[in-house]
Design a protein around this ligand. Structure first.
Ligand code: SAM
Length: 228
């Protein structure tokens, strides 16, 4: 049984997709999607030996070695052209790491812009959205959910007609900001407290990092406005 987080990530994978799950760990996501006949082929990529072996074991145990290939590789280097991948999931990592995986994948020619990206950053959503926008992706869907007291965001992107986003949309998520559901409100109420703490620390510093202080002050104003 998948966690709700991974189940929701999987729900954004198109029916009959050829999926690359990067940082697959136990390959739970591709295995569950294959058993539900949601996908027709998958690559489970892992850069660390231990999780790579867990993924291999899980795929073997599930009898899916013909449909799911497990590869020890850094990021999108796990993808080969003959895989004809059309959906990529990268979940459970920081947004900065996901961003650098996408950037390296682009540089190495592992993605061509036709793939649907389904991303679940644990933190650092803004920098990830910025990469997507800089690379002319459209954020087509977003989701926010709470599980075990943690709050997770899911960002789904595809290359479509270019859309422009405001700074606030990149910060909160364009769709999440429009919807403003209960989990969203909860997340940003928590973030206020955290940011005020950071701000108080910075204010005490010998040499105040003025730019950082201004950035956090701006964000706090946005958050308060959104919650008002
Ligand atoms: N995707 C699963 C999930 O969401 O439950 C596992 C998340 S786990 C916290 C992150 C995994 O990403 C780890 O197994 C780690 O080894 C892997 N990872 C980190 N950087 C990676 C990279 N550059 N390429 C492939 N895998 C990576």
């Amino acid at each position: 049984e998948l966690s709700q987080r991974l189940a929701r990530v999987g729900s954004h994978v198109p029916q009959d997709a050829r999926l690359a799950d990067i940082g697959s760990d136990h390959a739970y996501l591709p295995v569950a999607l294959m058993l539900k006949n949601k996908i027709t082929f998958a690559v489970a990529g892992e850069v660390v030996k231990g999780p790579f072996q867990s993924a291999e074991k899980q795929v073997r145990k599930s009898g899916l070695t013909d449909q799911i290939v497990v590869r020890l590789a850094d990021g999108l280097d796990a993808i080969e052209e003959t895989d004809r991948i059309n959906a990529i999931t990268i979940a459970g990592m920081g947004g900065t790491l996901i961003r650098s995986i996408l950037e390296a994948g682009k540089q190495h020619g592992r993605i061509n812009g036709s793939e649907r990206l389904i991303l679940q950053p644990n933190v650092g959503e803004k920098t990830l959205r910025e990469w997507l926008v800089e690379n002319e992706y459209t954020i087509i869907e977003e989701e926010i959910l709470a599980e075990n007291k943690k709050i997770y965001e899911i960002i789904v992107a595809e290359k479509q007609e270019p859309v422009s986003y405001s700074d606030q949309e990149l910060f909160f998520g364009p769709h999440l900001l429009k919807e403003k559901n209960d989990v969203f409100i909860q997340k940003w109420q928590r973030e206020i407290a955290g940011k005020e703490r950071v701000l108080a620390q910075l204010e005490k510093a010998e040499e105040k990092p003025l730019e950082k202080v201004a950035e956090i002050q701006t964000q706090l104003a946005w958050i308060k406005e959104v919650l008002a």
